[in-house]
Design a protein around this ligand. Structure first.
Ligand SMILES: Nc1ncnc2c1ncn2[C@@H]1O[C@H](COP(=O)(O)OP(=O)(O)O)[C@@H](O)[C@H]1O
Ligand code: SF4
Ligand SMILES: [Mg+2]
Length: 317
């Protein structure tokens, strides 16, 4: 098991109270696994990704544990996390393309970044150039400023950069959202290739676009209102989803064979509950077409109903 997350709780402290953005999340990722993480905007996908690498501002680790390759990750200690960040766990953040420092030439920036992990630029230069070539970037990008690169080029640059030290886990957060369709597909394929070549061992690919995940992920985790609703191998979740929310998500996708990327989710009636004061019982109950009385009183646990298939729903087993 590459990553094991157990009962993770991360809240945002706000004037109105705690926003319970991650409220008891448990899952594992096997070596070589690309896990897609999907769910509506605001359900906690970025909070999950970010909390595994850097807690910022108002984020507060309220409970739960994370281990990477059997080693506990000190996720609430930002100084201790420095040992792991970039070298063991790396992220391509949601707005990566604007994160490149505009005042530094790219090569210089790469040098400074690897130096923070005790690696000399000189020693990784050859490998860096090999990887740039792999993603179709000429080595002279290293002598250029970020502003001289197109959006797609910057995205590929960030992908190479974030995996340069061969981290165990890579988190990719909505990295295809701002791209055109053909760049989206190229970026998604590059992630798979990075895994196949061993640049990263396992991955969490966050997106609200399930069609991308269908192409590249081995497993899919569906999040709803700060919790996991379901996790299973991608083909299982696409063909035999057990959670009513997953079913609605899947059924709002176009049929297989139709060009996925040209269509978006049609949406599910209703809105998710507030994470300031989430309701008792199942958080999906107000939108659930098959809710029963028990769903109001008792929260359904996230349990394995078949090997490698976990669901949080009273009606699933
Ligand atoms: N800095 C913040 N302060 C307070 N609440 C936040 C902050 N960032 C995110 N949230 C809240 O946490 C929840 C999860 O957000 P996020 O993880 O960004 O969701 P997603 O990535 O799935 O769209 C949302 O309700 C959002 O409003
Ligand atoms: S636990 Fe109840 S409300 Fe929640 S998804 Fe299952 S049936 Fe619907
Ligand atoms: Mg997000």
């Amino acid at each position: 098991m590459s990553l094991q997350v157990t009962d993770l709780r991360v809240y945002y402290r706000t004037l109105a109270g705690d926003v319970k953005a991650l409220d008891g999340v448990t899952f594992g990722i096997a070596d070589g696994e690309i896990m897609g993480l999907a769910g509506e905007s605001g359900c906690g996908k970025s909070t999950l990704g970010n909390s595994l690498i850097r807690m910022e501002g108002r984020m507060r680790h309220v409970g739960g544990t994370v281990t990477l390759d059997g080693v506990p990750l000190p996720i609430d200690d930002q100084a201790d996390m420095n040992h792991f960040r970039f070298a063991e766990v790396s992220i391509i953040p949601q707005y990566a393309m604007s994160a490149l420092n505009p005042t530094r030439k790219i090569g210089k920036m790469v040098g400074e970044l690897v130096a923070t992990r005790g690696v000399r630029y000189h020693d990784i230069r050859e490998e860096l150039e090999r990887r740039l070539e792999l993603v179709g970037l000429a080595r002279d990008v290293l002598d250029r400023y970020p502003i001289e690169l197109s959006g797609g080029m910057k995205q590929r640059m960030v992908m190479v950069l974030s995996t340069l030290l061969d981290p165990s886990l890579l988190i990719a957060d909505e990295i295809t959202s701002a791209l055109d369709v053909s760049s989206q597909r190229a970026v998604a394929q590059t992630l798979v290739e990075f895994r196949d070549r061993g640049f990263v061992k396992s991955m969490i690919v966050v997106t609200h676009d399930v069609s991308i995940l269908y192409q590249i992920s081995n497993t899919l985790a569906i999040m709803y209102a700060g919790k996991l609703a379901e996790k299973a191998p991608t083909d299982v979740i696409m063909s035999r989803p057990k959670h009513p929310y997953t079913r609605l998500l899947i059924s709002s996708l176009p049929e297989i064979g139709v060009r996925f990327e040209e269509q978006r989710l049609t949406g599910i009636p209703g809105t998710p509950p507030s994470l300031l004061n989430p309701p008792t019982g199942c958080r999906f109950r107000e939108r659930c077409p098959i809710a029963i009385a028990r769903c109001t009183d008792e929260e359904p646990p996230f349990v394995e109903v078949e090997p490698n298939h976990s669901v949080a729903c009273w009606m699933a087993s």
